[in-house]
Ligand binder design. Structure first.
Ligand code: GLC
Length: 737
């Protein structure tokens, strides 16, 4: 250890003497110098990630991983979840010949100990500052416990509600998801990756994992180059431009080639076109899965395909081994330059994190950063702003102050286990504030809140109905909390039906039959098909899976302490038969028209969604007017300014997400009927107006992948739509020369 410190002190001194301007040269010299000393075993070791076996949810594939760490044959550990075990394993690494520090990765997707709303919910806030702040809290909490690498943000575009991992991303839109990706990376990595409370991020899953046929997780993905580039790769390009430290290659194939063997994706696009300098880690055992995909006969071929495609690090296949690689190096079916480049990228990130200067920098925190009051305040803020008011007939919400008896009913109304959703890291369900607790805390003696479970989430049991109905009959208002279990969305959680599970809808109908006002609060990790439920309630609040502080945040909205401002980041279909359904669809040659038989429609269901992308009501109302464009015609590299006046025409203050959509009226290829190109969340007091301004440049904001694969903007007419959701009909236009 002493020798290591001396060596590193010398290196640090060299760097200081050269001054920051030459740091990159000295960095590279240090890394090249280290690389030149490494044996093949040590190089392949840096390219290997093992799980520590501490997290019961993560299987251990290699029981001898500790010995391999000591021999310098493991570059990263996954799911080592206590500071002591991380320190212990890092000390093992310091016993190796070259003492290269390890990364400690973990799935922190929406919080470490303080659990925030699921990412889909956070996207619904359209509040990029709060999203970044929640990411910063997660990085501060986790890095204080030794974790220095997150397997996040998850930025898969998802347009199929059957796919359970829609809960983990930012929804269906590439523009919104790209903005969210950048803010989460900023929150995780900070301005300087070497600061202790920053962690390396990992944009995933690269790529197009969210478009499996049938919405069935891990299933085949087939799509055009245009759709891949313009929809599914867009957030990843934004992540690469934001200097994300790593990418995770996805389980799925794209058009016949699994992502971890996809040289076009990992080398041609990521390294050559995007000039990306970080590294790629595979998703769990995807290299070994080439044999299931049927593109490799044995482990040697698996290793060859992955190394030559450009995979830097193997998560848990245990396939980057000299026994699989040595002969292929001799026969030139594997290039040593590919291995060196993989190792170089990993070492560079470790260097930028400051791990060479202090391998234990993440193990030294003496302060308790977990679940602080500020962290919980941030969690409450973003949980409130993530909630979407979908229906509010007769101004049923907010619950009026003269209400004396509230019947709180449903399997999720006093439930800690399912508030955290999927990927709960070190979140503790016992910390969760339930809605019953939140309402009681805020109402005190001003109103009586009585609870009845009513039914289970996903059983056919109706024996609790009567007690719930009896409670409802003697109340002034019914708040019924229905939805999904926390693990009904997330990985390996695709659903063929996207209705409320079990007998929850039957319970809702029975409660509505009491003729009392019914407020439906939804807790779910995906869009649900709610066409039937719409008829059996007066108000609907989409609360998603709100995290640790769930009950306080929902109570804030139900009681009017916070005026809901969330907007849907994903379309809600009427039924599963419409899926996949999304706003940025093509018009087709026979645009959907309910009055025209021979148009793109269904015989038995409407073609319109139940709720469109960007939709969300408020306790107040907003009016849009005076839409203007700065120029009727502009050049490709000119800027155009688009302005709109927004007025709070209601009686209380509120926030509105002003959305800007554009349609390329005549494209070289068919274009979506509209695409989100800007949004701003503004606060307006009752009666207040504000002029909102957007600025666009065609050569940046209006480009797409043309037939020849180039990214260009078309000349011609563009139609502008501005409003509070993707059905906005306040329009204008301009031309591009
Ligand atoms: C899982 C997930 C991925 C996660 C990784 C490690 O299978 O697909 O998102 O980061 O394995 O848990």
């Amino acid at each position: 250890m002493k020798q290591q410190s001396i060596r590193l002190f010398i290196v640090a001194t060299i760097l200081f003497v050269f001054g920051l301007k030459n740091a990159s040269a000295a960095d590279n010299n240090l890394i090249e110098n280290l690389l030149s000393q490494m044996t093949l075993e040590e190089k392949l070791g840096q390219m290997t990630l093992y799980s520590s076996g501490e997290d019961p949810l993560v299987p251990v594939f290699n029981p001898s991983y500790k010995q391999e760490i000591k021999e310098g044959r493991c570059g990263a550990i996954f799911a080592s979840i206590t500071p002591d075990s991380i320190r212990y394993l890092q000390e093992l690494a310091m016993q190796s010949r070259l003492k290269i520090p390890m990364l400690f990765g973990y799935d922190v997707i929406h919080g470490y100990k303080t659990i925030f709303p699921i990412p889909l919910a956070q996207a619904a806030s359209f509040n990029l500052d709060l999203i970044r702040k929640s990411a910063q809290v997660a990085a501060t909490e986790a890095s204080s416990r030794g974790i220095n690498w997150f397997f996040g943000p998850m930025i898969d575009i998802a347009r199929d509600a059957r796919w359970g991992r829609v809960s983990e991303g930012a929804g269906e839109d590439p523009f919104l998801t790209s903005k969210v990706a950048v803010e989460m990376i900023k929150g995780y990595q900070g301005e300087n990756l070497s600061e202790r409370n920053n962690v390396a991020a990992c944009a995933k899953h690269f790529a197009a994992y969210g478009a499996p046929i049938g919405g069935k997780d891990y299933n085949t993905v087939i799509m055009s180059l245009q759709e891949l580039n313009d929809v599914y790769l867009a957030p990843h390009k934004a992540a690469a431009d934001a200097q994300v430290a790593s990418f995770m290659s996805a389980f799925n194939e794209i058009n016949g080639m699994p992502c971890s063997a996809n040289r076009e994706l990992l080398t041609d696009i990521l390294q050559k076109q995007w000039k990306y300098k970080g590294f790629v880690v595979t998703d769990f055992a995807t290299i070994r899965e080439f044999m299931n995909h049927g593109i490799a006969e044995n482990e040697e071929q698996c290793a060859q395909l992955a190394i030559q495609a450009g995979v830097s690090m193997d998560m848990e296949s245990g396939i980057y081994k000299a026994k699989y690689v040595e002969n292929q190096l001799k026969s030139k079916s594997i290039d040593i330059e590919k291995i060196d480049e993989a190792v170089r990228r990993i070492l560079t990130i470790k260097y930028r994190m400051g791990l060479f200067a202090d391998p234990f920098k993440y193990c030294n925190s003496k302060t308790n950063e977990l679940m602080t009051a500020n962290n919980l305040t941030t969690a409450r803020e973003i949980a409130r702003e993530s909630m979407v008011l979908l229906k509010n007939d007769k101004q049923t919400l907010p619950i009026k102050s003269d209400i004396r008896k509230i019947a709180l009913i449903g399997p999720l109304a006093d439930n800690q286990a399912d508030m955290l959703g999927t990927w709960i890291a070190q979140g503790d369900t016992s910390d969760v504030v339930t809605l019953l607790q939140g309402l009681k805390k805020q109402l005190g003696t001003s109103a009586q809140v009585e609870y009845a479970q009513g039914c289970d989430i996903d059983t056919k049991r109706t024996s609790m109905f009567n007690k719930a109905i009896a409670l409802a009959k003697k109340s002034d208002v019914i708040v019924v909390v229905l939805g999904e279990k926390g693990d009904m969305a997330g990985e390996a959680a695709s659903r063929g039906n996207i209705n409320l599970p079990g007998v929850q809808t039957a319970l809702l109908k029975a409660l509505y039959a009491t003729k009392k006002p019914v407020i439906l609060v939804l807790m779910n990790g995906r869009p649900l098909a709610l066409e039937e439920e719409m008829n059996y309630c007066d108000a609907i609040l989409e609360a998603w899976q709100p995290g640790t502080i769930a009950g306080d945040a929902i109570a804030d909205v139900l009681l009017g302490k916070y005026n809901p401002s969330g907007k849907l980041p994903v379309t809600f279909p009427r039924c599963v038969g419409q899926v996949p359904i999304f706003y940025a669809a093509k018009s087709t040659g026979r645009p959907s028209d309910a009055k025209v038989r021979y148009s793109s429609r269904y015989l038995d269901i409407p073609f319109t969604p139940l709720f469109p992308f960007g939709f969300g009501l408020s306790y107040t109302t907003f009016e849009y007017s005076e839409l203007s464009v700065s120029h009727p015609e502009i050049g490709l590299n000119d800027e155009i300014t688009i302005q709109v006046k927004v007025k709070n025409s209601g009686k209380i203050a509120g926030q509105e997400v002003v959305q800007l959509y554009l349609k390329d009226d005549i494209g070289q290829l068919t274009r979506p009927v509209r695409e989100l190109k800007g949004f701003q969340k503004i606060q307006l007091n009752a009666g207040e107006s504000k002029v909102v301004t957007f600025t666009l440049k065609p050569s940046v904001d209006l480009i797409y992948t043309h037939a020849d694969g180039t990214q260009n903007a078309d000349a011609g007419k563009f139609t502008v739509f501005v409003g509070g959701n993707s059905d906005a009909n306040l329009l204008h236009s301009f031309r591009v020369k």
